[in-house]
Write a protein that binds this ligand. Structure first.
Ligand SMILES: [Zn+2]
Length: 411
């Protein structure tokens, strides 16, 4: 036996150290014990070694209250404050009360405590590690977070969640201050946009006064007392296009005071606005936003197309070329100011047409996500090819565009 544990303990006890800090240096040895229990066991073992007349260079204030048989060992009067943590663990109860006071004002289901320790405490811990090594240790932050977290859990009767807490409590030990970060509340849903001229998300310049996002968010903002909102859509339709197929989205409410709201009722309230329709609204984890944004479902459109010249019905058959056709789209002129200029390749899956008049046709297209439909029709001055204009040998333009289906809403 090499008694590495005891040798390490003696090096730690060269200075006054509390049971928390002593035990924490052995945190990775034995499970199902607290650091205090480890600390007590180790301290007892070192005390026994002292009593067996081993000559150990330790600070005797570490053994205040111990009674030794060996007569030369003086029992110290009183313990001295811990050189590693300045007895911060004795304040845990005070911090628990502070945190609980802040949390009881909030409506949430899960939380996590994060501690910001002072420079001095970090320095003292490093000094201890230099003396005794970091084998088996746990950082002081970890123990503080756990100690405060598990006691707050009992007081406020809510659960600690390490991955996605509703509320993050920050405990600043240097300033003895508690602050909270409230994580967003995310709600999944699917919308229709029934009226043209409304952007999907709120327009920064204020050019458009209303958006699908604002209409849906309104009742949720009122119910949750959130400070702001975001809407993440599975793609977006043009402002002048309707969206008659159900489009999945996630509504994010920032800093909600109240989380346990009745979604079905709020969905009903949003549906009072006849410019949109929403369905299937339900709470969802915020990690779903990334997956939703990555989803690339095919979309089907209905376009009312106006031609600048009459086209004979037989010639329309040329449009069949577009079935399962890979097309090339340079960045459309209309979005050049905000998108990088590059060539995209997209597959048009299916095209159907119906002649409505000598210069008017309805085209139904199913295309890969990210296809610019208006440009597929107009050709955008040759920047999209092939195009309806090119195939028909006339100038074609979209008068009305509707998204009629988003294929595959799973993500
Ligand atoms: Zn300590």
């Amino acid at each position: 036996m090499q008694d590495r544990v005891l040798q390490k303990a003696v090096r730690i006890l060269e200075r006054p150290v509390c049971d928390h800090c002593l035990g924490r240096q052995f945190a990775q040895l034995l499970s199902g014990r607290t650091n205090v229990e480890r600390g007590r066991a180790i301290r007892d073992a070192v005390a026994m070694a002292l009593d067996s007349e081993e000559n150990l260079k330790v600070d005797m204030s570490n053994f205040a209250g111990y009674r030794f048989h060996h007569s030369e060992l003086k029992t110290p009067e009183a313990r001295v404050a811990c050189s590693a943590c300045a007895d911060v663990f004795e304040d845990v109860e005070t911090y628990v009360k502070k945190v609980a006071r802040v949390l009881t004002k909030l409506d949430f289901n899960t939380f996590l405590v994060g501690t910001q320790v002072s420079e001095e405490l970090i320095g003292a811990e490093e000094e201890l590690w230099e003396r005794s090594g970091i084998e088996w240790c746990e950082p002081i932050k970890g123990e503080l977070n756990r100690e405060v977290g598990s006691r707050v859990e009992k007081v406020v009767k809510k659960k600690v969640d390490f991955k996605k807490p509703d509320v993050l409590v920050l405990l600043n030990l240097a300033k003895r201050r508690v602050s909270v970060e409230i994580n967003p509340l995310c709600i999944y849903g699917e919308y229709n946009k029934l009226k043209r001229g409304i952007p999907q998300t709120k327009w920064p310049s204020g050019k458009y006064k209303i958006s699908v996002e604002q209409i849906i968010a309104k009742p949720f903002m009122r119910a949750t007392g959130g400070t702001n909102h975001k809407l993440h859509g599975m793609g977006r339709e043009d402002i002048d296009a309707r969206c008659l197929g159900w489009r999945p989205f996630i509504l994010e409410i920032l800093e909600p005071n109240k989380r346990n709201v009745r979604v079905a009722q709020l969905q009903k309230a949003a549906n009072k606005d006849k410019r949109i329709r929403v369905r299937n609204m339900a709470f969802i984890d915020s990690s779903a936003i990334e997956r939703l944004k990555r989803a690339q479902p095919d979309k089907s459109y209905r376009a009312l197309v106006i031609l600048n010249k009459t086209v004979a019905p037989a010639r329309l058959k040329k449009l069949a070329v577009l079935n399962n056709k890979e097309i090339y789209q340079e960045t459309p002129t209309r979005v050049m100011h905000r998108r990088a200029d590059k060539v995209r390749r997209r597959v048009v899956k299916e095209v159907k047409w119906r002649r409505l008049g000598p210069r008017k046709i309805e085209i139904r297209v199913r295309a890969q996500a990210g296809t610019y439909i208006k440009e597929l029709i107009s050709g955008d001055g040759g920047r999209t090819y092939p195009s309806v204009s090119e195939l028909l040998g006339v100038k074609a333009r979209v008068k009305e565009l509707d998204v009629i289906e988003i294929h595959g809403k799973k993500f």
